[in-house]
Design a protein around this ligand. Structure first.
Ligand SMILES: [Ca+2]
Length: 273
């Protein structure tokens, strides 16, 4: 199982390198220089049990979480503000569940390579299954369309009724080359936030142009971690940053990682030049 996970990582690293070489002589895309973001931690949620977080979204005063791991169990949880984790769906090891979002009172859950998209009601009763032609990584929505990533250099808009791809947007920046590894997603106030797989980076994109407009180094969370948090994060190469949720009512973000004990609550702000 380590081999599969590593090959996934290496494949994407290799792809990124190849694309960078292929496009290094091209003109820079007309995107702005990304603005540095800082994340101020204002609160923490310490979980009653850890999960292999693949998708995270705030809804009705609690967090919905999709979990999945190579060789491990997948499922659907809710996490209360006091950290109590309640399992809604246990999928066992038959699929590798990935990103999650809630649109029109339906919970959508991607799978990594199984091409299945599970659609539940808010009580986690399975309503239907759709087919995703791509790999499934991160998932969010803009109120009308699903928006998902597959770890490659683009992200996609999909119809929530059929999962038909309606738009493909290339990820761009002020530098040539391609950005890959866009994982857990969150659309907040019209901007698309995503963390880059196996890095401490969260990027903020314009979902229409695909331009990376701002970048946050979430390595700063280290300063807010207890010794127990740090031990958990460093306990496995798999325990990487993954998980962004947003509560529009309060403007708070919820940031976590795979098998992290703690969900960090706070706000992003643009660093003054
Ligand atoms: Ca999310």
């Amino acid at each position: 199982m380590i081999g599969v996970a590593m090959s996934r990582a290496l494949t994407h690293l290799a792809l990124g390198f190849a694309f960078a070489l292929a496009t290094s002589s091209a003109h820079s895309a007309d995107c702005p220089v990304p603005t540095p973001l800082t994340f101020e931690v204002t609160d923490k949620i310490v979980r009653s049990e850890v999960g292999f977080t693949q998708g995270l979204e705030w809804r009705d005063g609690k967090l919905y979480e999709s979990t999945g791991a190579v060789g491990g169990h997948s499922g659907l949880d809710v996490i209360a503000p006091d950290g109590k984790v309640t399992k809604l769906v246990e999928q066992g090891t038959r699929v590798f569940a990935e990103g999650l979002t809630i649109l029109n009172d339906e919970v959508f859950q991607l799978t990594w390579q199984e091409h299945q998209v599970f659609v539940y009601d808010l009580a986690a009763k399975l309503k239907r299954t759709l087919r995703n032609p791509h790999e499934g990584w991160g998932l969010t929505n803009d109120g009308a369309s699903l928006i998902f990533s597959d770890g490659g250099p683009s992200f996609y808009f999909a119809d929530p009724d059929t999962f038909a791809i309606t738009r493909t947007i290339k990820i761009r920046s002020n530098k040539p080359g391609e950005t890959v590894g866009l994982n857990e997603l969150e659309l907040a106030d019209g901007k698309l936030y995503g963390n880059l797989f196996q890095t401490n980076t969260i990027v903020r994109l314009d979902p229409a142009s695909g331009c990376i407009e701002a970048v946050a180094d979430m390595g700063s969370l280290w300063r807010s971690m207890t010794d127990a948090d740090k031990k958990q994060v460093t306990g496995s190469y798999e325990n990487v940053l993954n998980g962004i949720a947003y509560d529009k009512a309060s403007g708070r973000f919820f940031i976590t990682g795979k098998r992290w004990r703690t969900i960090f609550v706070g706000k992003f702000s643009e660093q003054k030049p």
